[in-house]
Design a protein around this ligand. Structure first.
Ligand code: 13P
Ligand code: SF4
Length: 364
């Protein structure tokens, strides 16, 4: 069967203009300092811990680390929230990250600065359509990327993140299993090529990683022959073919430690550059190009939904104690099963968060 074409850019549910319109303004220095001080107190008062993704505003990343929280990729965010004793988890990221935290810790309150911070992969994979896709292929093991709703996870045999997708699918392939994969077609394609698995993919994609431009990246690479190209596997195949390293956000961070290399071209959301520059202040990080030669505007390689998280809306949600992530309690045990499977697999096989990192795989 040919892959299902999914129109994810539905203006009703996936309008990035709405997300961009909700991006908080930068605060003045005095206001920023005042809110940061208040947030430290509010986190303590609520027995709350802040878990932030690498793509959110630098202030949120720094606040998370300064208050005993975490900045991480989705795999590590899930692990951390589950194991942390705080009564309240505050997730600065996108909704599927908050939902994963709630599924793993239903007894905790899970807050997010904006509950409507979405993800094009999640929006492009509605549960009813996905259920029909699964029903048409009952012989396949269902592996879904963590960038999906709780309802889609509840239909899966396995949940994976980009930090462990290759290892999990390789394991299933070695057991002779065929894979039904959703929703990211580029990550699915990459995983299939890395593992040799028979993998039938949903056709979603990330609007941010879809923007990287092949010819412009080739030109940049040629002009910087000593630079390493680091690519997130949500990028299209032709971009991955130009990579020296492919990995999750955490994998990209670890790859930048490569001794003797001081310049890196990075193809992922540019929120990542804060942690890269903080970790390696002596190295140079350059954004992979996102505008073609005929482009009339330069797309920015920044997720509009990640950008919705800010200090002021974090303050509001902590002051009010809500709105919080709510998931149908009937759904939770079933959605938890494939996530627990992933966490147990990565624990048993001692997969660190950066395990998604693999060397250049070449053009396929
Ligand atoms: P990571 O799991 O690599 O952090 O990726 C999450 C994501 O949404 C990337 O766009
Ligand atoms: Fe989703 Fe892409 Fe945003 Fe990540 S960067 S949250 S995959 S839309």
């Amino acid at each position: 069967m040919s892959p299902i074409e999914v129109v994810y850019d539905n203006p009703v549910t996936c309008d990035t203009r709405v997300a961009w319109a909700s991006v908080p303004e930068e605060l003045t220095q005095p206001r920023r300092q005042a809110v940061l001080a208040e947030l430290r107190e509010l986190l303590k008062a609520r027995d709350a811990v802040l878990v932030a993704h690498y793509y959110v505003h630098p202030d949120l990343q720094d606040l998370a680390e300064a208050t005993g929280g975490l900045v991480a990729d989705s795999l590590e965010m899930a692990r951390f929230g589950k194991n942390h004793p705080a009564h309240t988890l505050v997730v600065a990221g996108v909704r599927f990250m908050g939902e994963t935290a709630k599924i793993l810790s239903p007894e905790k309150t899970v807050l997010m600065p904006r509950l409507d911070a979405e993800c094009s992969l999640d929006l492009g994979c509605p549960e009813a359509d996905f259920a029909a896709f699964c029903a048409a292929h009952p012989e396949r093991e269902v592996v879904v990327y963590s960038n999906t709703s709780a309802a889609v996870k509840a239909r899966a045999d396995w949940v994976v993140t980009s930090g462990c997708a290759v290892a999990v699918v390789r394991h299933l392939h070695q057991q002779g299993k065929k894979i039904l994969w959703a929703p990211d077609r580029h990550l699915g394609d990459y995983v299939a090529r890395e593992t040799g698995a028979d993998l039938l993919s949903w056709q979603g994609s990330c609007i941010v990683h879809d923007e990287f431009k092949v010819q412009e990246l080739k030109d940049l690479k040629a002009s910087l022959p000593h630079a390493l190209v680091l690519v997130h596997p949500e990028s299209p195949r032709e971009i991955i073919a130009l990579a020296d390293r492919v990995g999750s956000t955490r994998g990209i961070l670890e790859a930048a430690a490569t001794p003797g290399v001081n310049t890196f071209i990075v193809a992922t959301d540019n929120g990542m550059f804060h942690k890269l520059r903080q970790t390696y202040p002596e190295k140079h990080f350059i954004e992979a190009p996102t505008a073609g030669s005929g482009a009339t505007c330069r797309s920015c390689a920044h997720c509009p939904w990640m950008s919705m998280n800010g200090l002021e809306n974090l303050r509001t949600v902590l002051l009010q104690g809500g709105p919080e992530i709510v998931i149908d309690p009937v759904l939770i045990p079933r959605a938890r099963l494939p996530i627990d499977r992933m966490l147990e697999f990565t624990r048993a096989s001692a997969i660190p968060a950066a395990a998604g990192l693999v060397p250049h795989i070449g053009a396929a």
